[in-house]
Ligand binder design. Structure first.
Ligand code: BDR
Ligand code: CA
Length: 307
């Protein structure tokens, strides 16, 4: 049997997070060891409740730990305009099992999982990077057993939370700066691909009768405002999972990335130095393009594997 790749998903569910979790949890190639939550799309309380509701829905026993309830320095923002007040509007989930949440803080849970793992762990952040920055500051030894960080965030072109800034980085730019400057190999799966990883009405309709998970996702999609049904719904977070499972659908470049903290118009944007102006070392592989047809096919095939 093939060795599954061990990963930790740090998330803020979030409708597109819920879809990414479904694909990762039912993949035969990934071993999701831990799910950690971070304030982002909605409050920490809500995203943690959502993660627990999803585990119950998927009938998966992956441990969930709650993390940071606010960014390192900036005042919190949210994206309830995109995901609804609950963060996962559109579907009536059952209540999660009581006492399912780990008592450990996300950062301690990640530390334990990383240091006790026989194989190096891949971290997959699909929300603001607050927990990951705290982990690196509190437990710098984790870098010895992290294979890479494959994150959804940033942009080599325009933004979706500001002219140039993408939401996950804009929400906690200081944390993102710590992560990009950590020396850990980073894959940035940002808006350049997220904006092309689309689901159209005909596929959404197929999901409705595909299986229990597809039906749940169909209903969430009715409330999701990340794009529109007509022009395509943006599957930002699933594109990070797609990179783990089928990197051949991406075009990626090795380059230097830093985060703008003080720009009067550009704070929170990823500065992707494609032409080497800064003369700094490569610290990230940046996905700059994706084959939309391959993504579409992969997306539907992946969801067929769910319950
Ligand atoms: C990112 O922001 C959130 O709203 C989504 O869940 C995704 O992680 C896209 O910019
Ligand atoms: Ca997210």
């Amino acid at each position: 049997m093939m060795n599954k790749r061990p990963i930790i998903i740090d998330t803020d569910p979030g409708i597109d997070d819920a879809v990414a979790l479904a694909i990762a949890l039912y993949s035969e190639e990934l071993d999701v060891r831990l799910i950690t939550t971070v304030a982002g799309n909605v409050s920490l309380e809500k995203v943690t409740y959502n993660a627990l509701r999803l585990m119950k829905f998927f009938e998966k026993d992956v441990p969930v730990a709650a993390g940071a309830n606010r960014p390192l320095i900036k005042a919190p923002i949210d994206a309830s305009n995109i995901h609804g007040e609950t963060g996962m509007d559109g579907y009536e989930f059952e209540e999660p099992e009581p006492n399912k949440l780990l008592s450990d803080h996300a950062v301690n849970a990640m530390h334990k999982e990383i240091m006790s793992s026989k194989e190096p762990i891949t971290i997959v952040p699909i929300g603001p990077l607050t927990n990951i920055a705290l982990l690196l500051r509190l437990y710098p030894e984790v870098t010895t057993n992290i294979q890479e960080i494959v994150l959804m965030g940033g942009s080599a072109s325009r933004g979706n939370a500001g002219v140039m800034a993408e939401f996950n980085i804009f929400a906690d730019p200081e944390a993102a700066k710590i992560v990009f400057n950590s020396g850990i190999p980073i894959v940035m799966v940002g808006l350049d691909v997220g904006l092309k990883a689309l689901v159209y009405p005909e596929d959404s309709q197929k999901l409705k009768d595909m299986n229990k998970t597809g039906n749940m996702i169909f209903h969430l999609f009715q409330k999701y405002r990340g794009g529109s049904m007509k022009t395509g719904l943006k599957m930002y977070d699933s594109s990070a999972i797609a990179y783990l499972l089928q990197p051949s659908m991406f075009e990626a470049v090795d380059t230097h990335v830093d985060v703008e903290l003080n720009g009067t118009l550009t704070a929170g944007c990823t500065v992707v130095d494609l032409k080497g102006y800064l003369g700094k070392e490569v610290n990230a592989k940046v996905c700059i393009d994706i084959n939309p047809d391959e993504f579409k096919k992969w997306f539907m095939e992946s969801l067929k594997k769910c319950n």
